[in-house]
Design a protein around this ligand. Structure first.
Ligand code: ADP
Ligand code: MG
Length: 187
């Protein structure tokens, strides 16, 4: 990366986390794929892994005729701006064997999404932050509230715990079960 490019991609105004990534997969050894993604993130020169939720075994969402997913949320810090972070996450997805042709919401070895980027609100053709579906998905809300019980949606001011409580009125808790109490250890 040349220095001009890095000026666009990176910020020196780095705070203390508040960037939450969704990690999921439903092909192959799901636990291994999630752990591999976390290992790459924790070793990435532009990211710092701060916290990782438990892993959750979840029913497919959107396209329901496909195998179960394993999902988690991690909190990171990064010097990258959101678009550059998304590029890096897509690169990690490719390293871990995600096919370019993966259909939207279809089966995949790994899916890395930006759920929240501090209190940033943005909508571009490539990137919506907070993630478009973050208040409708148990597999986002359960692990998010597990590691960040007090955070609030930056656009609505509503707490994510509140969204979770509302969703649990209409969706069975079994749709998103704690898989194990994984405490991710940095290599
Ligand atoms: P999903 O994650 O909803 O299952 P995909 O992983 O197939 O679907 O995402 C398709 C596209 O969604 C990505 O190529 C990316 O450009 C776009 N996108 C928009 N907002 C986000 C976000 N917050 N995090 C990750 N991808 C996003
Ligand atoms: Mg995605």
């Amino acid at each position: 990366m040349n220095s001009d490019n890095s000026k666009i991609r990176r910020s020196s105004n780095v705070g203390g986390g508040g960037i939450y990534l969704g990690i999921g997969g439903n092909i192959g050894d799901r636990e291994l794929n999630l752990t591999r993604a976390l290992t790459i993130i924790s070793a990435h020169p532009d990211m710092r892994l701060l916290r990782v939720s438990s892993f959750y075994r979840t029913s497919p969402w959107g396209v329901t005729e496909q195998p179960w997913f394993l999902n988690a949320i991690c909190e990171i810090e990064t010097v990258l701006y959101p678009a550059a972070l998304l590029e890096e996450l897509k690169r990690i997805e490719r390293i871990l064997g995600r096919e370019k042709s993966t259909p939207h919401w279809g089966p995949r070895a790994i899916d890395l999404d930006i759920i929240l980027f501090r209190s940033i609100v943005m909508r571009t053709p490539l990137l919506t932050i907070p993630h478009k579906h973050c208040t409708e998905r148990l597999f986002v809300l359960m692990p998010l509230v597990e590691i960040a019980p007090c955070i609030v949606h930056p656009e609505t001011g509503v707490s994510f715990r509140n969204y979770l409580d509302e969703l649990l009125k209409t969706q069975p808790e079994e749709a998103c079960l704690k898989y194990n109490q994984i405490v991710f250890k940095k290599p």
